[in-house]
Structures are given as structure tokens and as C-alpha cells.
Design a protein around this ligand. Structure first.
Ligand SMILES: [Zn+2]
Ligand SMILES: [Zn+2]
Length: 307
């Protein structure tokens, strides 16, 4: 009996085109306007209004949106369905994930899955592979987007595609900062808006690129951080141990390429995964259930253990 290759039903279908190589990278004006504004207010505005409480707000809101929003909400639940939770909690977590400022839920889903699909092909465009010079990759990922000549069709499952809340979140993803900005302004004035919105979004978006750059490049050519090899894939994932706390466990990216639907990312001894620990705590109080681990997943013929 042959073992199946990893399959993402939103993209991987027999009739799909497999050309992840040919495409055009061009300036994405909404991205430029959005991040440009955040960077401007987040640097000049924040420098002029710095205070202890504003910096504390930045730290607290960054931790909450990264852990509950980006990692647990957007990535492990919304994109990978790696655990179950009440719908209201899912909406709240995905809203926090949207606050990171990268895109709305539908945009995040498609961008994530297309990159993942491209990296699993035999070859893919350097935009997907992150294998350009770091400065060029930063410019590309932060301000440009790619248009493939022959893109595969992308189709979200009915549960997501027919959900009016997610369509609303997608349309209003930038505006979702606004109620928080008003609350911050009412309590702490303009300084809180600069630090709690603009600096947080700037750091979140640039940090997301930086981690993505290191997680897809083998700079030290040392295998000991990377236990799994996906045969035939153009790009391998790499673990970045020193960023475990900073990324809420998302840095165990070699594990993630090996077991995409696992709710646990820090699989080996000593791999700290704050996201997984939080899920275990939420499970204890009955808020989440059915946490998926590698043992629950079908074996992959193309997955090879390196040590
Ligand atoms: Zn990856
Ligand atoms: Zn993923």
C-alpha cells in the first residue's frame, strides 16, 4: 500500500496546474500605503510620544495578538484546523490575528496555502522560496506581491467560504484597528495609539517577514535544528530555536513543514512552544478540544527523518 503525499484540499487536486515558478512580482500599492502609514506613525509619532505606559501597552498587545491571534487563531485553528473550539472563540482569536496587520482572514488563508503549495513543488519562484538577498526579500514580501502565470485554483471549504462573519472581517480588516485605537486614545491619548497600533503593526509585519526569511533559509548548513526532510520539495522549513518565546512557538518551522496540521509545533525535547502550552491550559478549562498531534496524521511517503 502506498502512503499518501501531503494534500491540501483547498489547492491539491488532480487537475491542478503545478507551475509555481513562472510569475511576476510587482509593487502592491495598498500594501505600500498601509505599511508605509504604520511605519511613519509607528516611528516618528512613537518617538515623540514615548512613555512607560505606551511601551507597556505595545508589549502586552503584541503578546496577545501574536499568541491568541496569529498563532492560535489564524494559523493553528483557522488555517490548519488543528484543534476544535466554540465558534465565538474562533472569531475572537481570528480577529486578534487580523490585528497583526498582515491581511484579513481570507487573504491570510490564501497567501499561506499558496506559499505552502509552491514550496512543496519541485521548484518554485524565489518570491515563495525567500531565497533572494535579504534586502530584496524584505522589499518583496513587505511591499510587493506575486502573480503567477498559471496559478492553481484555490477554493476554501464551505464552512469558511459561506461564513458571513469572515467575509465581513475580510472587507474590514484594516478598519478593525479602529475601535481599539479609539479605546487607546480615550485612555492614553495619541501616544497609546502610536505604540498600541502603529508600532505594534509595524513590528508584527516586519517580524513576520524576518521569521519567514530565517525559517526558509539554511544559513548555518547545520542539520541539528532540522529533523525532517520533505523529499521533492523545493523549500525546506528550518527551526529557529532562539525565537521560541518571541514567536509563541511558530519558529519550529521544520516540524511544521513535516506535520502541517499538528497543533503542537515544539515536538522534540527542549523545544519550547508557548502556543501549545496555552492550548493545553485552555483544554484543561474546557475551551478547546481534539488537539491534533503528529500521531493523528496519515504517514507521508515523502517525509524522511534525518536523525
Ligand atoms: Zn514554510
Ligand atoms: Zn502553516
Amino acid at each position: 500500500m502506498s502512503t499518501p503525499r501531503y494534500n491540501n484540499p483547498r489547492i491539491d487536486r488532480p487537475e491542478q496546474v503545478n507551475d509555481a515558478m513562472n510569475g511576476e512580482v510587482s509593487l502592491d500599492y495598498p500594501k505600500v500605503a498601509w505599511l508605509g502609514t504604520m511605519l511613519l506613525v509607528g516611528t516618528i509619532g512613537s518617538a515623540l510620544t514615548i512613555s512607560f505606559s505606551a511601551v507597556l501597552l505595545f508589549v502586552v498587545t503584541t503578546c496577545i495578538t501574536l499568541l491568541f491571534g496569529h498563532s492560535l487563531g489564524m494559523h493553528r485553528r483557522f488555517i490548519h484546523r488543528s484543534y476544535q473550539c466554540p465558534k465565538l472563540l474562533e472569531y475572537l482569536f481570528v480577529h486578534f490575528g487580523t490585528l497583526i496587520g498582515l491581511a484579513g482572514p481570507m487573504g491570510m488563508l490564501k497567501t499561506h496555502d499558496m506559499r505552502d503549495w509552491a514550496q512543496r513543488q519541485n521548484q518554485c519562484h524565489p518570491y515563495f522560496a525567500h531565497d533572494s538577498h535579504w534586502a530584496k526579500d524584505a522589499l518583496w514580501q513587505l511591499f510587493y506581491s506575486i502573480k503567477l502565470q498559471n496559478p492553481p485554483a484555490f477554493e476554501a471549504e464551505a464552512e469558511i467560504a459561506n461564513d458571513p462573519v469572515y467575509h465581513w472581517m475580510e472587507k474590514t480588516w484594516m478598519l478593525q484597528q479602529l475601535p481599539w485605537a479609539l479605546v487607546f486614545f480615550a485612555i492614553g491619548g495619541f501616544g497609546w495609539v502610536c505604540w498600541g497600533i502603529a508600532t505594534r503593526v509595524s513590528v508584527g509585519v516586519m517580524g513576520h517577514w524576518l521569521i519567514g526569511f530565517f525559517a526558509h533559509n539554511d544559513f548555518d548548513h547545520i542539520d541539528h535544528h532540522n529533523d525532517w526532510h520533505v523529499q521533492g520539495a523545493a523549500v525546506q522549513g528550518h527551526n529557529i530555536p532562539w525565537t521560541a518565546l518571541l514567536t509563541m512557538g511558530e519558529c519550529w518551522h521544520n516540524n511544521h513543514h513535516a506535520f502541517p496540521e499538528s497543533a503542537n509545533l515544539g515536538l522534540e525535547k527542549g523545544q519550547l512552544d508557548p502556543g501549545w502550552l496555552t492550548l493545553l491550559a485552555l483544554k484543561k478549562v474546557g475551551l478547546v478540544s481534539d488537539l491534533v498531534t503528529p500521531h493523528d496524521l496519515a504517514p507521508r511517503a515523502e517525509l524522511v527523518r534525518r536523525k
